[in-house]
Design a protein around this ligand. Structure first.
Ligand code: NAP
Length: 467
């Protein structure tokens, strides 16, 4: 390796999403001299900011300016379109880097574990979100939008995103960076009602309040809440005292309930149901036709957590499309310890550990973001989270404890080149970015996304390295 990196501490960051960029930012901010290589599965960087944040929330995406500045730094290289576990092994990284930071997020979905979950027309929110955002792996997904009724299971912000995207007038989305295939499909959508199912009560919903309030401002959409479902038990009432977000949510929902009762026309409806769990997905033998739900009651556990418990009372909510939005989940990487139960990489504050039950740390390896703590928090949450992990890395570097032997050698570019791996570097991403934003300009859109890895590689052109 002939670049100055020889004298620098070499760090591989696996995953170029928010957590990875905040880890790089923390490393570059300190006094150490680091050479940072991002290894990213998709050709494009920025993770969930590109593939997760809803297209009608463009302001949130402006954070990529910060990431772009980090990427532009001389100490940072980008290896996009490179999959750890396929194109190279963890041992390949261990040989070449002093430290590895896993910032791989949560690349799949939690399951409900109920009969019929796999029936056609039942999808994970993960898939729907990736599809409308133009994630190359989900370019070919199909959602039946010819039905009028959709059920979304879950009471988190992803469930809200899904409902909003399904209910927006197509004109609202036309000026965004939504994938063209999704814009076309949603343009022909006949969906008129989206019902969100919360297994617990309104006081336990994990929506943040600005997201919940947005339904009050969407043209042609009314929010329906049954006032009776907003009557909460004493323990839930008491729990609100310490939680301003949930107090606000209760107020917003009460406003929706009152407005609904006073009547008025709406083309489309978002309905909030609480204290109900899906127990079976129903089909006509082929496709989803409804979901059987069971009414719940809340039981307070010793630690104060309010758990939902079935009452045996059931009903069927008809729908032609079911979206399960009950949380994301990590995916293991061959050769890296993984906690199956939690769907994360086991760690002690960010130091990778041998397993969920063995606290022995894996020298020189760290975890940040959703891969570290599970799928919670907003983009900014990852900043402090990554900084905390990097503090441990710097501490280890200073003390020499939890470090591998100082024998890292060999350059990743040489290895990938010798294997014929086509990776996309910073210039390649620059071309993709310029191409997408250039296509968006005449249409008044922030960008028109390329949605297949093949197109991306073609546009990246000579910047794609195959040495
Ligand atoms: P989440 O906030 O954890 O919500 C998951 C929901 O699924 C909860 O309501 C949970 O209910 C429910 N659930 C879990 N298992 C269930 C089951 N078996 N049956 C029925 N319901 C079940 O997760 P998320 O919505 O996927 O969001 C992930 C993170 O990204 C969150 O921190 C979120 O705030 C963030 N995010 C933010 C934005 C934004 O800022 N605009 C947008 C999208 C996502 P319980 O509470 O009962 O467990």
């Amino acid at each position: 390796m002939d670049r100055a990196a020889k004298r620098r501490t070499r760090v591989a960051i696996v995953g170029a999403g928010p957590a990875g960029f905040y880890a790089a930012e923390s490393l570059l901010r300190g006094e150490g001299d680091f050479a940072i290589d991002f290894v990213n599965r998709l050709p494009t960087p920025f993770g969930l900011v590109r593939d997760g944040v809803a297209p009608d929330h463009q302001a949130i995406k402006s954070v990529t300016r910060v990431y772009a500045r980090i990427l532009a730094r001389e100490e940072v290289r980008y290896f996009g379109n490179v999959t750890l576990g396929r194109d190279l092994s963890v041992d390949d990284l261990r040989q070449r880097y002093d430290h590895i930071v896993y910032a791989v997020g949560a690349q799949s979905d939690r399951r409900l574990g109920i009969p019929g979950e796999e029936i056609e027309g039942s999808h994970a929110a993960f898939e729907f979100v990736a599809w409308y955002n133009g994630h190359p792996d989900y370019r070919g997904s199909r959602f039946d939008l010819s039905c009028e009724e959709v059920v979304v299971v879950g009471n988190g912000n992803v469930a809200i995103d899904v409902a909003r995207i399904l209910l927006h007038a197509p004109a609202t989305l036309a000026g965004t960076d939504i994938a063209d295939h999704a814009l076309e499909a949603l343009g022909a959508s006949r969906v008129r009602r989206v019902t969100l199912l919360g297994r617990r009560g309104p006081a336990q919903a994990s929506f943040t309040n600005p997201e919940l309030r947005e339904f009050g401002r969407i043209d042609g959409v009314r929010a329906q809440v049954d006032a009776a479902e907003l009557e909460i038990d004493a323990a839930s009432e008491a729990s609100l005292a310490e939680n301003v977000v949930r107090q606000r949510n209760m107020k917003t929902l009460a406003g929706y309930a009152a407005a609904w009762e006073s009547g008025g026309d709406s083309e489309r409806t978002v309905r909030f149901r609480f204290l109900v769990s899906p127990i079976e997905v129903i089909s006509d033998g082929g496709r989803v036709t409804g979901v059987r739900i069971e009414r719940n009651r809340l039981v307070a556990l010793e630690d104060g957590y309010m758990r939902a418990e079935g009452t045996g009372e059931t009903e069927v909510v008809p729908c032609g499309l079911l979206i399960r939005s009950v949380g994301y989940r990590g995916v293991p990487i061959p050769g890296v310890p993984y906690c199956e139960r939690r769907g994360i990489f086991p760690n002690a504050g960010g130091r990778l550990t041998a397993s969920a039950t063995d606290d022995a740390t894996v020298p020189g390896e760290y975890v940040v973001g959703w891969a570290k703590r599970g799928p919670s928090g907003v983009i900014g949450t990852n900043k402090a989270d990554a900084a905390a992990t990097v503090r441990l890395l710097l501490e280890d570097l200073a003390t020499g404890v939890n470090c591998r032997r100082d024998d890292a050698e060999g350059d990743l570019a040489d290895l990938l080149g010798s294997r014929g791996v086509r990776w996309i570097d910073k210039n390649g991403w620059g071309r993709i970015d310029a191409h997408e934003t250039g296509r968006g300009k005449p249409e008044g859109r922030p960008r028109v996304k390329l949605c297949t890895a093949g197109e991306m590689v073609a546009i990246a052109g000579e910047a794609v390295r195959t040495r």
